[in-house]
Design a protein around this ligand. Structure first.
Ligand code: SF4
Length: 362
């Protein structure tokens, strides 16, 4: 499907003057291959809504268990129960990690783990209680998949589980486990995971209960361009309804050590140009989500800097420890605040420290 120059300019002009682009138009833009035209328009929209500030959050990532009953083929992090490299952190261990994060000025802990058959809802609520009884720090935790797992094991149901987690101190949730919100793709890469409909239901329920979430999309594996656009459309429609997304994070698939990457030579990750195109189309399409995050963990530092000129305005967290992308073969997994600021200043932008909910702290 070729897009003539005039049509391309017409769609971009409509968006730049405040109009909404349709799914069909977004699909045509994505297939146009006009990376620099899309990038330029996305950069103008970024400048209009966020100015020159590039935000980041000082946080710590805590992956409390790698033991998981799941079987997602894009994941190199999980191990089965009984594997000698399997671990489950005690609440005391987690508390020490939070203490270290607070000591370096972190305002958030981001907590996620595998679906460990040995833990139930008490482990999760106990973790929240342990942290909140000692520290005043934002807890950004538990993917919709983990919430589903807790709800199923406890028999409490989704809304009650979320209510309980909120009462115990959950501040917001990562919108991970979304992968690509499409039945066909999920059957291929994560058949035992929650369905697209379940993901949408959990996220909307969280938003209605006053628990904000991020939104993500894992791309660069078996999906086709139409899957990416359908996914963005689902995210945009949820945001129209709830306004509960704080940001959108395109996650570029890191394939090296994953079962999917090893078994399917076609699923070898997106090219750098595709990465930039996905960030640009996200900015152009998601007119109701002001923050588009470039994930340095997935893109690497240099491409994350480049994405700041293709629609992204945020670089996410400093993380301190990152285990999931590292297990998949990504080399870049450490960052401190000084490095983060340097990355931003080196491309002529202004670093701006924020909290999880995008309130600026400077
Ligand atoms: S992505 Fe999460 S649910 Fe899937 S196998 Fe990995 S740890 Fe388990």
């Amino acid at each position: 499907m070729l897009l003539v120059e005039e049509e391309l300019s017409g769609i971009l002009e409509k968006r730049l003057s405040g109009g909404r682009i349709s799914k069909e138009e977004a699909y045509r833009l994505l297939l146009s291959g006009s990376l620099f035209s899309l990038g330029e328009a996305a950069d103008r929209l970024r400048e209009k809504s966020c100015g020159d500030r590039v935000s980041y959050v000082v946080n710590r990532n805590i992956n409390f268990t790698n033991i998981c009953t799941g079987s997602c083929s894009f994941c190199a992090y999980r191990v089965r129960k009984g594997d000698p490299s399997g671990y489950l952190m005690s609440h005391e261990r987690i508390l020490r990690l939070v203490e270290e994060a607070v000591a370096v000025g972190a305002t958030e802990v981001c907590i996620q783990g595998g679906l460990n058959p040995d833990i139930g809802i008490d482990y999760y609520t106990g973790m929240l209680e342990t942290i909140t009884s000692s520290f005043d720090i934002h807890i950004h935790a538990f993917s919709p998949m983990e919430v589903f797992y807790m709800a199923e094991k406890s028999g409490l149901g989704i809304a009650e589980t979320l209510r309980l987690l909120k009462e115990k101190g959950l501040g917001s949730m990562p919108g991970t486990a979304a992968e690509i919100l499409d039945r066909e793709v999920r059957e291929e890469i994560c058949p035992r995971k929650i369905t697209a409909e379940e993901w949408v239901d959990i996220v909307k329920t969280a938003h209605h209960l006053g628990i904000p979430t991020t939104a993500t999309m894992l791309y660069g594996h078996v999906e086709r361009p139409e899957h990416r656009i359908n996914h963005l459309d689902i995210i945009r429609r949820i945001q129209d309804e709830t306004g509960g997304f704080t940001e959108f994070v395109p996650l570029s698939f890191v394939h090296y050590n994953t079962p999917l990457g090893k078994a399917n030579p076609e699923a070898h990750g997106a090219s750098g140009l595709e990465d930039l195109m996905v960030h640009a189309i996200s900015r152009l399409f998601l007119d109701n989500i002001p923050n588009i995050q470039a994930s340095w963990v997935k893109l690497g530092w240099k491409l994350a800097q480049t994405a700041l000129f293709f629609g992204a305005n945020d670089l996410g967290g400093t993380l301190m420890d990152e285990s999931i992308s590292r297990a998949a073969g990504q080399k870049v997994s450490m960052m401190d605040e000084a490095q983060m600021r340097r990355l931003i200043e080196d491309v002529g932008r202004k670093p701006a420290r924020r909290d999880t909910l995008y309130r600026f702290l400077e």
